[in-house]
Design a protein around this ligand. Sequence first.
Ligand code: FMN
Ligand code: SF4
Ligand code: SF4
Length: 441
Amino acid sequence: MANLQANLAGIKSPNPFWLASAPPTNSGYQIMKAFDAGWGGAVWKTLGVPIINTSSRYGALHYRDSRMMGFNNIELITDRPLSHNLKEIEEVKKYFPDHAVIASLMVQSREEWHQIVKDVQNAGADGIELNFGCPHGMCERGMGSAVGQEPEVLKTITEWVMEVANVPVIVKLTPNISDITEPAIGAVQGGADAISLINTIQSVIGVDLDTFVPYPQVDGKSTNGGYCGPAVKPIALNMLKNCAQHPDVTIPISGIGGIESWRDAAEHLLLGASNVQVCTAVMHYGFGIVREMISGLENYMDEKGFETLDDMVGKSLQNVLKWENLNLKYKVVADIDTDKCIGCQLCYIACEDGAHQAIGLSGTEENRVPHIIEENCVGCNLCSLVCPVEECITMVRKDDGKQDVSWTDLAAKDMAPTEFEDEKAGGRHHWVPAPADALKK
Ligand SMILES: Cc1cc2nc3c(=O)[nH]c(=O)nc-3n(C[C@H](O)[C@H](O)[C@H](O)COP(=O)(O)O)c2cc1C
Ligand code: SF4
Ligand code: SF4
């Protein structure tokens, strides 16, 4: 059986599944319950000068039958006194010495940073996470994402923390920035032991069409909040990959964002995360989801022959290139399995109106199975993504696999299109219907 023991910059935990700093880690009671359920670590709800929260404070994007595809909050850091939290950290560590308890922190002055770092270390925290990511409320006071968006400031504050830290320090980054590797490098330069990403994405989740007030509503008004949940996973994975591939980001990464299942976690690990953190999925389904995450990841690792997490961390990075280095000679076309097809014709509509008019219909009610017009198909995948029947439309390779020519190669040989009427353009000889044909159908 695969070994799930995790080690993030020296912080050990029985498995890579940590709770992210958020409502599920608001108290020692919740963290004890979570560890008992199987979670390997927990990042405490951010500590600092306690705040006053609004009521209400959450909003959600329900997409068709899925509730909370995206989740939005305007909550701030802890509203509980520091002394209560410190006492509870100490107690949790007594019961669970081998689990990772990380103190998430956010304060302002150098003196405050020094004091709170010493306080949580004395309470027995195994590590510290610096919250430079909160995109609402705290940033208006010069903290959270206001720091994460300024690599120099982030570096300076990290240095302040490193002056007194004697446990590993993780810098948690904000995604509300165009190039996340800049603050990641700031964290490295400031002496941090690891980075974690992502915190929430600045957002307005929706507007009440009757009252004209966006959600969540606080006495008839609203404000921008932080977006998370399944919808943000692609953004998190991209930022993770950018950091993991950057030669100057030399410290380990804790992956956060849209993780709900062992599969989501495995994707983060394969793209370079040494462990993962989860918030929204626990707020939705509770601590119990970790059991399936553990068994699922163990089974997957066994199946792939990974004995330890190190065997799989970053394994996908070699397969992510810059666009300009992809093989332009690779060619696939869609293929419909006529035995599986239910004749819904969703693929036809998608290709006809949204792609390349490469799917034809028989024109009879008896035969509703569409056919691919191979010479028009550019292999975009759209029909296979739209088709509701699993494996009904597959993409079949058509090139001989012997040529690998990228844009970089073409440009080097002066064979890439450079003029508006260039003969070398990819679509130059691709058939498109005449505009007036649109009115004949
Ligand atoms: C209600 C709520 C409160 C949060 N509070 C904090 C916080 O205090 N400190 C922090 O670093 N991140 C906080 N986060 C961000 C999460 O730790 C996490 O980075 C984010 O939700 C993305 O993960 P997810 O997609 O699994 O939810 C909060 C998120 C939510 C939804
Ligand atoms: S979308 Fe799939 S099931 Fe529907 S007609 Fe096309 S191939 Fe058949
Ligand atoms: S792959 Fe794209 S172009 Fe080809 S048939 Fe499907 S939708 Fe049309």
